[in-house]
Design a protein around this ligand. Sequence first.
Ligand code: NAP
Length: 283
Amino acid sequence: MTDDQPSRPAHVPLAGVIGMPIAHSRSPRLHGHWLRRYGIAGHYIPMPVMPEHLAEVLRALPRLGFVGINVTIPHKEAVLTLADAVTDRAALIGAANTLIFRPDGKIHADNTDGYGFIANLRQNAPDWQPDAGPAAVIGAGGAARAVVASLLDSGVRELRITNRTRIRSEQIKAEFGARLVVYDWAQAGNMLEGAATVVNATSLGMEGKQPLRVPLDALSPDALVTDLVYTPLMTPFLLDAQARGCRVVDGLGMLLHQAAPGFERWFGRRPEVDEETRRIVLE
Ligand code: NAP
């Protein structure tokens, strides 16, 4: 090892989450719970980081004993340019949420949001079939890109997408290909006709924000409807879909499942996502 490679002190491994703001993050509670549950000596720390300090912080953390971190707004895109290795899925999505600091000092960037999205559906709607019919994704931000990638990977044959700013959904179609069909925001209700899987990937419906207002007349009661927003757990959109007889899956499970691969890489144990995990994170 040369002098400019970070040393890996043989002490308690550290992980954490960087973002700005970060106080609202539930990740420290989640990882802290898993560390206690599995009796692992480690710590998970929330760290407010300004964009102008990002590169410096990423250089410093491995030297302080960090084995990796989660990354949230506003750093998810910028970390890709600072990482030494980027997984194909993070590159395709254009953002990373999980960094691994390797013993050789290299930073490895991954995106586990899509994995978390699918794992949540598989756990809470075990008979969900990705190829049962078209999927409809509302929103075209960073989280929507992860959802689109994971739905296509799972075997969805037609993926409809709409976004207030249409150019962003067209950009996603240009990158993700022929299975995508772009709908105008004003036509979002029509997009639901015949859809087997419907996803709100906008931030609408979050506490303090307006609800997502998409006419649900065309929504089939056979559709599975899910929302990435998890504060509140049951968003107005999910409540409306449930009232129409649809199965609904809230967004908390995605948050829990996307965290599991990072925890495993950093602390050496695959954590279980179960009712107790949900309860602790909600407390
Ligand atoms: P983002 O990149 O900022 O995208 C925000 C999306 O919401 C865009 O599609 C945006 O449309 C839309 N939007 C915002 N305000 C709107 C309004 N007034 N009317 C219509 N559309 C509006 O955010 P993101 O990272 O994709 O996150 C989206 C949501 O998913 C957030 O609530 C986030 O907390 C949640 N999320 C949850 C998980 C989980 O684990 N459950 C993981 C990641 C994200 P425009 O393009 O037109 O602005």
